[in-house]
Design a protein around this ligand. Structure first.
Ligand SMILES: O=C(O)[C@H](O)[C@@H](O)[C@H](O)[C@H](O)COP(=O)(O)O
Ligand code: SF4
Length: 608
């Protein structure tokens, strides 16, 4: 099927916009590449000896004088993220698999990884967005040893895959494969967990009952099973051709997971400049690959955090995208999955119903993605319409199911859940914002109500508990942008706002902060730009102002007399509370450097 002309038009617009930055980027990649093992290009004998000093003798010999490829392992292992705990044992598997194919693998460096579930609603969440760029910096530090002909990036969660990818893209001359561990097996359903939370928010169940429910939902190693940012990352790695095909949702601790991890080592050794299938990541990630990731995000109702992370990732490859690109594509891309919070199923159900292999084939067949792209599995996105399996103990790939195993979770383009991708751009006198409508019922897509304005999520919870929000209300939480307090997720508000919605009130959230990829039912205009502390209009809002959020027409506006609105003095931000404690004082420089949300909210490239 030829590429949809609307997808082509957005791609061409991005290609034209990015011509200069992409050309500079590719020139830098080419300049860094060399002939023969990378370690022989620039390192002195001293550098090299330091690099292999601690290696076992066989590896040392290979690195000292052999032509073997050297693979750098960059890992986000820690015990805090259930999704990353399984990564602890992967480096040994990788090193052994590399030796099998005459290569070497060295652990190049670890990167930090924040669990947004542990920090949700806590001061630590104010470091979360910035941790993405710390991870990018840490990835660069690991690979800057210049010992490597390829890299394996081990990570899954929210800011970690984006950070690893931003860092790896700055070594665009290297082939890079992303290695996940997969989701935990399904426990208490996300719906059931959410019901207990709502009852706790109303004081109807005890803290012990809440903890019991949470512990049954988050119960073992592996990624949480809702379709939040972590699992949206996994979708991106498939649609962008940076995983081995079908790696995303194979559970940890299974023979297939181990086989995929070992094969990633063999495959990345195969695609270095030392062989005849050189596949540098700088050539894999181009404007078409970014579009394919964006299409996947829209077709699956993925995390709103990628309205920022994908912008930052693209920029790291010299590709410039913005929210207009997101919104225009969203009008074209059908919603093909219903995974919590966009439905009741979890990622294990989605995988069993046909998973990304089925989804990719559907998107290719409808001409909604570029299938003529370079991937770590070889030329063509069609590789990702296959799924891995272990036949006779040998790893292979076979075509993904031709039909969905459960059309309540996964559908073909002929019968989508919705005609559009459910991520909308909102604009008006309050600024530009994004909203994920794929989890919002039609009845809640337009909310017009008086505003209650807050400067912290804690104040919202206090007002809710005091019964002050039991009415139609647009809850505004300002001074939550990257330059104010690091742009935390305000997902802690979800149970309270959902209770108000369930009571029949018209409720919406408007904030220059973020929401979790797991946030859902309550309409939320988020990432409002410019942010309040940087001259954004949210600083002019007052309690009682009527605000209209219309995700059908893409409007976000304060219905205040224009002259009065223009004459208002913006409220000043009181930064003292949030600048200290839990390491926040160390991130003052990040807050000063942070780019606007629409430019990814990061500290690199001067926000351009
Ligand atoms: O963007 C995301 O997907 C979230 O940051 C997610 O990683 C975070 O952990 C949520 O807090 C989980 O949801 P609960 O807090 O509802 O468990
Ligand atoms: S999905 Fe979120 S809560 Fe689960 S391990 Fe990853 S960061 Fe933590």
């Amino acid at each position: 099927m030829p590429l949809d002309p609307r997808v082509r038009a957005v791609t061409e617009r991005i290609r034209t916009r990015s011509a200069a930055t992409r050309s500079d980027y590719l020139a830098a990649c080419d300049a860094a590449a060399g002939k023969g093992p990378q370690r022989g290009q620039r390192l002195s004998c001293t550098n090299l000896a330091h690099g292999f000093a601690a290696c076992p003798s066989g590896d040392k010999q290979a690195l000292r004088s052999g032509p073997q490829a050297n693979i750098g392992i960059v890992s986000a292992y820690n015990d805090m993220l259930s999704a990353h705990q399984p990564l602890e044992t992967y480096p040994a598997l990788i090193k052994a698999a590399a030796r099998e194919v005459g290569a070497v693998a060295q652990f190049a460096g670890g990167v930090p990884a924040m669990c947004d579930g542990v920090t949700q609603g806590q001061p630590g969440m104010e470091l979360s967005l910035f941790s993405r760029d710390v991870i990018a910096l840490s990835t660069a530090i690991a690979l800057s040893h210049d010992m490597f002909d390829a890299a394996l990036c081990l990570g899954v969660c929210d800011k970690i895959v984006p950070g690893l990818l931003i860092g790896a893209l700055r070594f665009g001359h290297l082939p890079v494969i992303f290695v996940p561990a997969g989701p935990m097996v399904s426990g208490m359903s996300n719906d059931a967990k959410t019901e207990v939370r709502k009852r706790f928010a109303q004081g109807l169940v005890s803290r012990d009952e809440l903890l019991e429910a949470e512990a049954k939902s988050y119960h073992s190693p592996g990624t949480c099973t809702f379709y939040g940012t972590a699992n949206s990352n996994q979708m991106l790695m498939e649609l962008m051709g940076l995983h081995l095909p079908g790696s995303a949702f194979v559970n940890p601790g299974t023979p297939l997971r181990e086989a995929l991890t070992q094969q990633a080592a063999r495959r990345v050794a195969q695609i270095t400049a030392l062989g005849d299938e050189y596949t540098p990541i700088g050539r894999v990630v181009d404007e078409r690959t970014i579009i394919n990731g964006l299409v996947g995000l829209l077709a699956t109702g993925g995390s709103t955090n990628h309205a920022m992370h994908l912008v930052a990732i693209a920029r790291a490859a010299g590709v410039l995208i913005d929210w207009t690109d997101f919104s225009e594509l969203s009008d074209v891309i059908p919603l093909l999955t219903r995974i919590y919070p966009n439905g009741k199923a979890d990622v294990n159900h989605f995988h069993a119903a046909g998973g990304f292999g089925f989804l990719v084939r559907e998107l290719i067949s409808a001409g909604l993605v570029h299938d003529d792209v370079l991937t770590v599995a070889g030329q063509g996105l069609a590789h990702y319409a296959e799924e891995p399996w272990l036949g006779d103990e040998r790893l292979g790939w076979r075509p993904a199911p031709a039909t969905s195993g459960d059309t309540s979770v996964l559908r073909g383009v002929a019968e989508p859940f919705a005609a559009d991708g459910g991520l909308k751009l909102l604009a008006g006198n309050l600024g530009r914002a994004v909203i994920k409508t794929s989890a919002v019922a039609d009845a809640h897509r337009v909310v017009e109500a008086p505003a209650r304005v807050f400067a912290s999520q804690e104040a919202v919870i206090d007002a809710f508990k005091a019964g002050e929000l039991n009415r139609d209300v647009i809850v505004v939480v300002r001074f939550q942008g990257p330059r104010a307090n690091g742009m935390p997720e305000l997902h802690h508000l979800t149970p309270s706002l959902t209770v108000l919605q369930d009571k029949g009130f018209k409720v919406a959230l408007v904030t220059d902060g973020r929401m979790s990829g797991a946030s859902g039912k309550v309409p939320a205009a988020i990432h409002v730009s410019p942010e309040a502390v940087a001259g954004g209009a949210l600083a002019r809002l007052r309690d009682g102002d009527v605000v209209r959020l219309d995700s059908n027409t893409g409007t976000l506006a304060a219905l205040v007399d224009a002259a009065e609105w223009a004459a208002r003095e913006p409220v000043r931000f009181d930064s003292t509370e949030g600048e200290h404690g839990m390491g926040r004082e160390l991130f003052a420089g990040f807050r000063q450097l942070a780019a606007p949300a629409e430019s990814g909210g990061g500290i690199f490239f001067g926000g351009q």
